[in-house]
Design a protein around this ligand. Structure first.
Ligand code: OAD
Length: 246
């Protein structure tokens, strides 16, 4: 059993190392070992909160104070935690494989904090706010209230710089990802339930082009794609082993 697993980890490391255009995609599961709640599953945020009330443009129009309260609460949790072994391992893998493109659905900024320089944060960043009046985007690590003025124009119309349900992703990020997907020969997917598009479609696209799909997750779940290598377990335990072999 252990030998089989070691062989799979070696296979995953080799597939990434040999790929010309590898892609890495992370989801909330990669930060779970840091103590950040994921969205789905028994302990997930969407068990206790309704996305429709908190993570849509309509929700923000209806009750911006409630939406900010929720994001301020999450910011507080994230500020009190740190990147874990999985974030550090990916930084190491990216150092060894400069051709690796790194993408995350997470808004916690932990990949950057772990020293990964070029992470594409496709769903935004919880520590940034965007002004609905002047469009300026500002780093705001502390709590933001509906009365907080924009540091640039002074108007109190800030919103979290997060991609909400029903909104489009930043065009520059999407273009960069799709350019890579057109040639991608190996994708490493870590800690995502694969239930939110377009991220859930990335591995589908790689598979369609006969690229390698490697997945790390504590549970298999129902994915819209098949994988070539599935490593069941914690990202913080498996990724460092892959990093060592690359
Ligand atoms: P989910 O909460 O949907 O899925 C988390 C995944 O991580 C699940 O498949 C878990 O099995 C897995 N997991 C948990 N702990 C793990 C560990 N230690 N190691 C490896 N895997 C682990 O989170 P996402 O797929 O990221 O959108 O959710 C996608 C998007 O939905 C999020 O970006 C968010 C949410 O609504 C926005 O905030 C815009």
């Amino acid at each position: 059993m252990q030998a089989e697993r070691t062989a799979l980890i070696q296979k995953a490391a080799a597939a990434l190392k040999n790929a010309r255009y590898p892609l890495f995609l992370s989801g909330a599961g990669i930060s779970a070992e840091s103590g950040i709640p994921t969205f789905r599953g028994e302990e997930g945020l969407w068990k206790n909160f309704r996305a429709e009330d908190l993570a849509t443009p309509e929700a923000f129009r209806r009750d911006p104070a409630l939406v900010w309260e929720w994001y301020n609460w999450r910011k507080g949790i994230i500020r009190s935690k740190e990147p874990n072994a999985a974030h550090h391992a990916i930084r190491l893998i990216a150092e060894k494989l400069p051709q690796l493109m790194c993408v995350t659905q997470n808004v916690d900024g932990f990949h950057t904090l772990a020293g990964l320089p070029d992470i594409l944060e496709m769903h935004g960043n919880i520590f940034r706010a965007r002004c609905l009046v002047c469009g300026g985007v500002h780093e705001m690590r502390d709590a933001v209230e509906v009365t907080t003025p924009c540091p640039a124009c002074g108007e109190a119309r800030l919103r979290p710089d997060i991609v909400w349900f029903g909104e489009s992703l930043p065009k520059n990020i999407l273009h960069a990802i799709y350019d890579r997907l057109r040639v991608c020969d190996a994708i490493l997917v870590v800690g995502t339930s694969g239930s939110v598009y377009p991220a859930a479609g990335f591995a589908v696209e790689v598979r369609r082009r006969e690229g390698y799909v490697i997945e790390i997750n504590v549970e298999e779940g129902h994915k819209p794609y098949a994988h070539d290598i599935y490593l069941r377990g914690k990202a913080g335990e498996i990724l460092p082993q892959i990093a060592e072999l690359i």
